[in-house]
Design a binder for this molecule. Structure first.
Ligand code: UDP
Length: 466
C-alpha cells in the first residue's frame, strides 16, 4: 500500500467546462480507488474553477497546477482560457494556443520525476492534446488518451477527421458511410458540424486536428472512454476499429453529487450542505438561481411532468428558434425549466433581453406556474435527479446525456455542435431513448416543437418512471 501511495498520475484536460468535469470525476475516482496522487494541470483560470470545486477541496491528494498561459499573447481577449469565453470565430485560435502548454507541461513532468525519483506512471491527456504523447516519451512514461465524448461520438469524430468521407462521396449524396462503422449505419450531411463540412485537409481546423489525432493514435498506450460496454456496443466496436488501440470503458463518470442526490428525497436535498456540494460540483460556477428554488418549483408539479431545457455550457440557438421554442412550449402547456442564454450572435454571458421571447412570455409562464426561466446556469444535476422531471430537451453534450440517462430521463435532442449530432443519432437508432427535434443548422417551427414535446412527455407519463 505504501508503494501505491507514491504512484503519481498527471492529467491534462482540454480547456472546456464539459471536459474539466469528467476529468475531475476521473481523478476523484482513481484517487479514491487507488490512493494514487493525481495532478491536474491546465491554465490558471481553469485551475481556479477546479479549485472552487468541493470535490477537489475534499481530496487534497488531487493537486492542481496552473501552467503559465496568457491569452493576450495569442491575440485572444484577456482571460480567454476556456471555450466558453471565446467567440466561435476564435475557437480555433484558443485550440492552437493550447499547444503552448507543451513546454511548461514537460517542465512539470520533469520536476515531478526529479522529486518522486521516477516518472509518473502515466499521463492522462485529453484526446485533442495529442502533443502530450511527446511529453510522455521525453520523461519515459506513457500517455493514455481520454475522450470526454462517448464512444460512438468519438469514433465518428476521429474517423471523419482522419478520412473526410463526406468530401469523398458526391455532394449530391445526402447520406454517406463512415469508416469504422457498418455500411448500414449511414450519416447525413446535416449531422456534420460546419468546420468539418468545410474541411478539405488544408484548412486551419484540419491542420490542427488531423496531426493531433494521429499523434494520439500512434503514440498512446490506449484510450479511456467515458462510457460502458452496455451503453454503446456499436460505438465501442467502431472506436476500437478506428483507433486500433485498446479502449477501456471507465464510465459513466457521474459526479459524486449525483449519486448522493439519487438517494435523497427532494425535501431533504434542499439543505445548505447539499447546496454547497452542488455549487462545488460545477467547477466553480455559481448557479444564478438557488438549487432550493428550483427544487421547490419542481415539487409543485406531478411526477415526470416537467421538461428541463438546456443547451449546455457553451452553445445557444438562434433568436428565431428561441421564439419558436417559446411558442411551442406555451402551446404545449407542459411545465418546464428553461436555461435561457442570449441567442447566437450575442455575448453568451451578456444580459438576457425580454425581446428575444414572445411578449410577456416569462410573466405568463410564472403566473400559470407553467415555466421557470433560469438565466445562464442551472443546477442541472439536481433538476435531473428530481422525480418531477420527465424529459430533457438537450443539445446532447455527452455529460448531459450521461446525467440524463442515468436518471432514466428521456431526451429530446437538439444537437448544435461538436459530436452532439452523433450522440443524438446513437440515442435514436441504437438506444431508442431520444427523439431528435432538429439539429445544428436546420430549423423547427412551433407546431413541431409542441408535437414532439407532447409525444415524449405523454409517452413517458405512461410508463412507471423510476
Ligand atoms: N451544466 C449545468 N448547468 C447548466 C448547464 C450545464 O450544471 O445550466 C452542466 C451539466 O450538468 C454538464 C455540463 O455542464 O455536466 C455540460 O456538459 P455537456 O457535455 O453536456 O455539454 P457542453 O457544455 O460540453 O457542451
Amino acid at each position: 500500500a505504501d508503494a501505491q501511495q507514491e504512484e503519481h498520475i498527471v492529467m491534462l484536460p482540454f480547456m472546456a467546462h464539459g471536459h474539466l468535469i469528467p476529468f475531475l470525476a476521473l481523478a476523484t475516482q482513481i484517487h479514491q480507488t487507488t490512493g494514487f496522487t493525481i495532478t491536474i494541470a491546465t491554465t490558471p483560470l481553469n485551475i481556479h474553477y477546479l479549485r472552487r470545486s468541493s470535490t477537489t477541496a475534499n481530496h487534497r491528494q488531487i493537486r492542481l497546477v496552473a501552467l503559465p498561459f496568457n491569452s493576450s499573447d495569442h491575440g485572444l481577449p484577456p482571460n480567454t482560457e476556456n471555450t466558453e469565453a471565446v467567440p466561435l470565430s476564435q475557437l480555433i485560435t484558443l485550440i492552437y494556443a493550447s499547444t503552448t502548454l507543451e513546454a511548461p507541461c514537460h517542465q512539470l513532468l520533469a520536476d515531478i520525476t526529479a522529486k518522486d525519483g521516477r516518472p509518473p506512471i502515466c499521463i492522462i491527456s485529453d484526446v485533442v492534446h495529442g502533443w502530450a504523447t511527446r511529453v510522455a516519451q521525453k520523461v519515459q512514461t506513457v500517455n493514455v488518451s481520454f475522450t470526454a465524448c462517448g464512444a460512438y461520438g468519438a469514433a465518428t469524430y476521429v474517423s471523419l477527421w482522419q478520412n473526410l468521407p463526406h468530401r469523398r462521396s458526391p455532394e449530391t449524396d445526402e447520406y454517406f458511410s463512415v469508416p469504422g462503422f457498418p455500411n448500414s449505419c449511414r450519416f447525413h450531411r446535416s449531422q456534420i458540424h460546419q468546420f468539418l463540412r468545410a474541411a478539405d485537409g488544408n484548412d486551419s481546423w484540419s491542420r490542427y486536428f488531423r496531426p493531433q489525432i494521429v499523434l494520439s493514435l500512434e503514440s498512446s498506450f490506449g484510450w479511456l472512454c467515458n462510457t460502458a460496454e452496455e451503453i454503446e456496443p456499436l460505438g465501442l466496436e467502431a472506436l476500437r476499429k478506428v483507433t486500433k488501440l485498446p479502449v477501456w470503458t471507465i464510465g459513466p463518470l457521474l459526479p459524486p453529487t449525483m449519486l448522493k442526490l439519487n438517494h435523497s428525497s427532494s425535501s431533504s436535498s434542499s439543505s445548505s450542505n447539499l447546496k454547497s456540494l452542488i455549487l462545488g460540483q460545477h467547477c466553480g460556477k455559481e448557479c444564478e438561481i438557488s438549487p432550493k428554488k428550483c427544487l421547490e418549483w419542481l415539487d409543485l408539479h406531478p411526477q415526470g411532468s416537467v421538461l428541463y431545457i438546456s443547451f449546455g455550457s457553451q452553445n445557444t440557438i438562434s433568436a428565431s428558434q428561441m421564439m419558436e421554442l417559446a411558442k411551442g412550449l406555451e402551446d404545449s402547456g407542459k411545465p418546464f425549466i428553461w436555461v435561457v442564454r442570449p441567442p447566437i450572435g450575442f455575448d453568451l454571458k451578456g444580459e438576457f433581453k425580454a425581446e428575444w421571447l414572445p411578449d410577456g412570455f416569462e410573466e405568463r409562464m410564472l403566473e400559470r406556474k407553467q415555466g421557470m426561466l433560469v438565466r445562464s446556469w442551472a443546477p442541472q444535476l439536481e433538476i435531473l435527479c428530481h422525480k418531477s422531471t420527465g424529459a430533457f430537451l438537450s443539445h446532447c453534450g455527452w455529460n448531459s446525456v450521461m446525467e440524463s440517462l442515468s436518471q432514466g430521463v428521456p431526451i429530446i435532442g437538439w444537437p448544435l455542435a461538436a459530436e452532439q449530432a452523433y450522440n443524438a443519432k446513437m440515442m435514436v437508432e441504437e438506444m431508442g431513448v431520444c427523439v431528435e427535434i432538429t439539429r445544428i443548422e436546420t430549423s423547427v417551427g412551433r407546431e413541431e416543437v409542441k408535437s414532439v414535446i407532447d409525444l415524449v412527455m405523454e409517452e413517458n407519463g405512461k410508463r412507471d418512471k423510476r
